[in-house]
Design a protein around this ligand. Structure first.
Ligand SMILES: Cc1ncc(COP(=O)(O)O)c(C=O)c1O
Length: 359
């Protein structure tokens, strides 16, 4: 008897086709960081998870928020906790006339924004290192999406020149799979010559950037919209767009990935709000983080280890003589095989030197 999970004949050909795809791909496995070993992998940059801060905040959640949301925010799943966290985000990162809209994750926030704000007639110019959630959302949008090589601003300019109407230019504040920041002066120079809508995904600097400030505003950019996420330095989950109120209203009404999904449990929004209310309290962690970043630059430099990034807490290491206790990443996640090193406020210089000792 043939085991059947549906249509038997098709089933076999599907299986064969999918295993063929798998054979051409590098292994992709789950990975846990043991709590008793140094963490050089996660995005918990400030150590809020590792040091129990998130666990402590979860203990303090008001009982009315200790529940699931039960539905999308539009169908009974809304809660004061979401409105409060949005107000907190506006207070911390919003400019005059801007509002915030909370999403279950950065992925859903990007899907909502790009698939609803731009369409077939729009041109979106993006750095090719931009996060997969944006690239996938652009496919959904049908917009003309023109990539340029990472941080190649001459190539970006050529694309801006070719655009028949003001394009959208999308960048990250810190590229998650490269560890680099964009060239702010180059973007400002382009802004003085071309009309475009700048959109910045600030996922990897949210709460990790100096003072917990918005990276874009701190470096003097003037974006149309900024995305903040809370699953990285924030140690939990959730994301928010901050943009002019008319754009937020549009997103609220049209952004499908926020509409057709269950809202996060309200306690998540409460904890994120609390993290933001206590923003200044994380400054000593940020100072430690930026200190260990500069130590890593000099350790890697003096050991002659080939690396990229470290404009923030992320680096790609290309050194083959290291057998690092971390995941090796392969294209398309990274542009060439590399170990992704991520640094944290709690990483010590000794740990770092031990990790990077050539064997
Ligand atoms: C730049 C960037 N944007 C968005 C996301 C998605 O955020 P989330 O993990 O909250 O879905 C990620 C996640 O890795 C990211 O690196």
């Amino acid at each position: 008897m043939v085991a059947s999970w549906g249509l038997c004949g098709f089933n076999m050909s599907l299986r064969q086709r999918l295993s063929k795809v798998l054979q051409s791909l590098p292994e992709r496995s789950f990975w846990q960081v043991a709590p008793d070993l140094p963490d050089f992998t996660t995005n918990d940059y400030l150590g809020l998870i590792r040091d129990g801060v998130i666990a402590e905040l979860l203990q303090q959640v008001p009982s009315k928020y200790l529940r699931g949301s039960g539905a999308s925010r539009y169908l009974g799943g809304d809660s004061e906790a979401f409105h409060e966290v949005e107000a907190q985000i506006e207070l911390l990162w919003g400019r005059a006339g801007e509002k915030a809209l909370f999403f279950p994750s950065g992925l859903t926030a990007n899907l909502s924004f790009w698939s609803s704000v731009v369409g077939r007639d729009d041109v979106v110019i993006f750095d090719r290192e931009i996060h997969a959630s944006i690239r996938q959302a652009l496919r959904l949008s049908g917009a003309r999406a023109w990539g340029f090589p990472h941080n190649d601003w001459e190539a970006a300019e050529r694309k801006l020149r070719q655009s028949p109407r003001p394009a959208f230019l999308v960048i990250e504040s810190l590229y998650s799979m490269r560890g680099t920041v964009p060239d702010v002066a180059a973007i400002q120079a382009l802004a003085s010559r071309y009309e475009f809508y700048l959109v910045v995904d600030e996922a990897h600097t949210t709460l990790a950037w100096h003072g917990g400030r918005s990276w874009s505003l701190d470096v003097g950019l003037n974006p149309l919209a900024r995305l903040f996420t809370f699953g990285k330095a924030g140690g939990l989950i959730g994301a928010a767009w901050v943009a002019p109120s008319w754009l937020i209203e549009y997103l609220r009404r049209v952004g499908f990935a926020g509409i057709y999904t269950t809202a996060l449990p309200p306690f998540v929004a409460w904890v994120v709000g609390e993290l933001l209310r206590r923003n200044s309290g994380w400054e000593s962690r940020r100072e430690k983080l930026w200190h260990i970043i500069s130590v890593a630059r000099s350790v890697l430099g003096s050991a002659g280890i080939l690396y990229e990034g470290l404009d923030g807490p992320i680096a790609l290491l290309y050194e083959e003589s290291l057998s690092l206790p971390m995941k090796k990443l392969y294209p398309p996640t990274v542009h060439r095989p590399a170990y992704r090193l991520s640094l944290h406020a709690h990483n010590s210089e000794e740990e770092l030197e031990l990790l990077l000792r050539k064997r």
